[in-house]
Ligand binder design. Structure first.
Ligand code: ADP
Ligand code: MG
Length: 620
């Protein structure tokens, strides 16, 4: 049995970890692959078979077998987290695992077939169904964003230009955020589903062009639910991150060069930093958690060790050929369950709803003013109608009234648009059928309660078993003591065997990591040789010197940046001739700087210049 300490596992704040085993594919069956997973569903244990023997079993919060329905996954994993998000807590669900094990199937699924819908689309029905049932005193605003981290670049899957790279920023009041990421306010299942599809299409289009990018990128779909209660004027904001991680397999051993290589090492970077963050959190002794070392961990800092109710679903292939990868996944997931998060409700002073309400009040005020004006004009019209001399003026007034009427209509439309964004509790936002999908929710909550009390019982049982052993070991004779000691010896021998197995597991994993690092290193050396070759033969020495003296490493963005770049700018760039454009961007920026500053100032840049050196070039 795994070294399982019930005391540290079961806490409200621990990250919950689930395993899902996908069925063997037709091809795997045809190729004669065998199912190597062995599960004890009652005890939530899973082990893998190799050469007819079981490895040590791992224990998780729940194991989902090959026939588990999508909705059952939802009820058990996502339901409690989404309920909390509606109350103003943060929630995160990660899908982790080797490519082809069902991460996307579990998170997105097939939205066209109700029973194949994944967690994300089921979340929509759940949220809107709960808003429909909320009291009329409550107003809600639901907002979504959808981004992808690929090759350590962040891209907005919902923007008109999904190829544009976005920067991560941090502010004291709001924390870490993605600059210029588009957020969409949604008021129906249709509009939110349309956004999910649009984002998925942006992932898929690219994947057909370039060798399945989607399996090598991390996708984060975020739903923010703001809720305001008119009774106590309290606004809460719950943020729900639904994360489809990149494939966890080691991406080396391929003869990668250039872009493909950078990508391989960067994907390894995000996932290994995620692993490092998990290790540091579980270790308990680490004072530094390396969140800042990758974009993924920076954006999801709150989800691991922070303020979030978090679940990880680790996907496992049942096939014997995937033994090594599945073993790695189980080991990775087994560490995650020891992470403790500190969950608290987010109360906001002033949220979106308040802003919208203010806007509506202002529009209402303008409308009233226009109505008064209109009435006055109508009055004038009537007076003028009496005297025939004022016919011309009468016409003018009629036109003015028409303009006012149009303005009023515009304002009313604008107001309706804003009003649509605020969803009031009790509003019927769903078809009956969709509502019924969640009619079993109370039983889901009961299921979770049952699950928890089952675990508590199990802990008590474990404790009792330990006490029993102690009592048994109060010997009345030397003979009994001898028997007791042999029993203890056997136990210790078993522990040693387990520890040895654990050790060799870890050694194997370490060896794999090392090999992957060596492979990457070899490729990086090749890449550097190529870059040196180009520089030595094609970049004049004096330019190279200038370039090097103006480059600096930015630790925040983990990129080289060119000093004084703020003094250049695209406006100037546009005016340059086509031949200037042919220079590399670096040389080009340099030309700009040297052009702008006379010879004598070049040697030592001014302080004010230095200040902006870390500024990222503005792209407009
Ligand atoms: P990943 O996103 O992890 O690379 P996918 O979600 O694309 O994997 O799944 C790979 C294939 O396996 C898909 O054809 C998917 O339909 C199928 N699949 C995955 N999980 C299941 C499951 N639990 N039941 C049935 N088919 C599944
Ligand atoms: Mg996928």
């Amino acid at each position: 049995m795994e070294n399982f300490n019930g005391d540290t596992l079961e806490s409200q704040e621990n990250v919950r970890v689930f395993i899902r085993i996908r069925p063997l594919s037709k091809k795997e069956v045809a190729d004669g692959n065998e199912n190597i997973t062995v599960c004890d569903y009652k005890e939530n244990l899973i082990a893998l078979k190799k050469n007819g023997e079981h490895c040590k079993p791992f224990k998780f919060d729940h194991i989902f077998g090959t026939t588990t329905a999508q909705l059952d996954m939802y009820r058990m994993i996502a339901f409690p987290i989404v309920e909390k998000a509606l109350e103003g807590y943060n929630g995160t669900i990660f899908a982790y695992g080797q490519t082809g094990t069902g991460k996307t199937y579990t998170m997105a699924g097939n939205h066209l077939v109700p029973e194949l819908k994944g967690i994300i689309p089921n979340t929509f029905s759940h949220i809107f169904s709960q808003i429909s049932r909320a009291s009329g005193e409550k107003s809600f605003v639901v907002k979504v964003t959808y981004l992808e981290i690929y090759n350590e670049d962040v891209r907005d899957l919902l923007s008109g230009d999904p190829n544009k790279k976005l920067a991560i920023r941090e502010r004291k009041d709001i924390g870490v955020y993605v600059k210029d990421l588009m957020g969409f306010t949604v008021d129906s299942i249709e509009s939110i589903t349309e956004l999910l599809n649009r984002g998925n299409k942006n992932r898929v289009t690219k994947s057909t062009l370039m060798n399945d990018i989607s399996s090598r990128s991390h996708a984060i779909f975020t739903v923010t639910i703001e809720s305001k209660n008119r009774l106590d004027n309290k606004t809460t904001v719950g943020k729900l991150n639904l994360v489809d991680l990149a494939g966890s397999e080691r991406a080396s051993r391929t003869q990668a060069t250039g872009e493909r290589l950078r990508e391989a090492s960067n994907i390894n970077l995000s996932l290994s930093v995620l692993g490092n963050v998990i290790s540091a959190l579980v270790d308990g002794k680490s004072t530094h958690i390396p969140y800042r070392n990758s974009k993924l961990t920076r954006l999801l800092q709150d989800s691991l060790g922070g303020n979030s109710k978090t679940a990880m679903i680790a996907m496992v292939s049942p096939a014997d050929i995937d033994f090594e990868e599945s073993m790695c996944t189980l080991r990775y997931a087994a560490r995650v369950k020891y992470i403790k998060n500190c969950v608290k409700i987010n109360v906001e002073e002033k949220g979106l709803i308040e802003g919208f309400e203010l806007e509506i009040a202002e529009l209402q005020q303008k409308l009233t003013e226009l109505s008064v004006l209109e009435q006055k004009k109508e009055q004038k019209k009537r007076e003028r109608a009496v005297s025939a001399v004022e016919k011309e003026k009468l016409k003018q007034t009629a036109i003015e009234i028409e303009i006012t009427e149009r303005k009023k209509l515009e304002l009313e439309e604008k107001m309706a648009l804003i009003q649509k964004k605020i969803l009031v509790g009790g509003e019927n936002l769903l078809e009956k059928a969709q509502q019924q999908m969640f009619s079993l929710e109370s039983s889901a909550a009961e299921l979770e309660d049952l699950d928890r009390s089952h675990q508590q019982l199990e802990e008590q049982l474990n404790k009792k078993a330990v006490e029993k052993i102690d009592v048994e070991e109060q010997y009345s004779s030397l003979q009994e003591e001898d028997a007791g000691l042999s029993k203890k010896l056997k136990k210790i021998q078993m522990f040693i065997k387990e520890a040895k197995e654990d050790h060799s597991d870890k050694e194997r994993e370490y060896q794999r990591d090392l090999e992957a690092l060596f492979d990457n290193n070899k490729l990086l050396v090749r890449e550097t040789q190529l870059a040196n070759l180009i520089i030595d033969n094609y970049v004049p020495q004096e330019y190279l010197k200038k370039i090097l003296s103006h480059l600096m490493w930015n630790n925040d963005t983990q990129e080289y940046q060119m000093r004084g770049v703020a003094y250049t700018g695209n406006n100037m760039r546009k005016r340059q001739t086509a031949s200037a454009e042919a220079f590399s961007p670096v040389c080009f920026e340099m030309k700009q700087v040297y052009h702008k500053y006379p010879e004598k100032k070049r040697e030592k840049p001014k302080r004010s210049m230095l200040k902006s050196f870390s500024a990222v070039p503005k792209t407009r």
